[in-house]
Design a binder for this molecule. Sequence first.
Ligand code: AHM
Ligand code: MG
Length: 340
Amino acid sequence: MTQLITLGEFIIARQHEYPEAKGELSQVFGAISLASKVVHREINKAGIANITGDVGNENVQGEQQQKLDVYANETFKAALANRGLICGMASEEEESYVEFTHELTKGSRYIVLIDPVDGSSNIDVNVAVGTIFSIYRRKSPPDTPLTLDDFLQKGTEQVAAGYVIYGSSTMLVYTTGNGVNGFTFDPSLGVYYLSHADMQVPENGRIYSVNEGNYIHFPKGVKRYIKYCQEIDPETQRPFTSRYIGSLVADFHRNLLKGGIFIYPSYAGHPEGKLRLLYECNPIAFIAEQAGGRASNGSKRIVDLQPTELHQRTPLFVGSPLMVKHMERFLEAEEAALSA
Ligand code: AHM
Ligand code: MG
């Protein structure tokens, strides 16, 4: 008989790997898992409850905020605030970080960075969206006000990272630096079960995921790599497969399971691309590397980049290690040609 292991049981069983965390991390996961179930419920009734559509105001990136973005942001904040687990949070939906000042949070050592609903343009059309999160230790001393530097840490400092994909089923995938595990939500019982133990990305793949509508604006190296993907592969007599959902979590998750590369490069007028280093790229990069994959901005590991602002963007190439390395060689060749 298959053994059923819940997310809660799994986290407690692994708690000994972080003796210094004194159970706080487990509780942070508990809070994130709880909030994700609430968001799952709202997403599943999004059409019915008429909660889709723009709320009318723009987020700090100048994009239209949708009702579910606002709702999810508030839900995760409510689950994490004032429980004595973490002392602050920064969200893609908010201009600045939030400090939790409740009596209980005194002495809290952890902070959370979150993109509450990623791929939100897909909500209205019933296509998968996600939540992306990461957990760091604060750098400033406990019981002093948080500083911006507490949030501007390199991805290498992540204590844990994960995502929730609200797809044909809802899944939570996370790492604490000891491999990657995935849990599938059973809505009838309200429980996440371990379904994907020790996830490993295939070393090589045949899927490339990129918004090809922007092709004309891409750097030459990216254009050449895309053309390479479209050539007939002598082994299979077919070009690579192109798959692009427009939800980073969904595109990354598929490539993690099947092997592939996700590409969001710089493009004309957007030298840093679109995706956010802190809320999207660092957590995805940490998970990718823990699953044996690779994540870079084209030349450097994503997790080695030093953030200088909360909403900083970066180009992202992530997925099967051989594919990402290959992509980087195309970019290097372009650099070499430019400096020749
Ligand atoms: P969002 O956080 O505003 O939803 O934007 C991020 C999303 C990613 O999930 C996805 O990879 C990307 O935007 C798609 O962008 P584009 O429509 O330019 O291809
Ligand atoms: Mg996002």
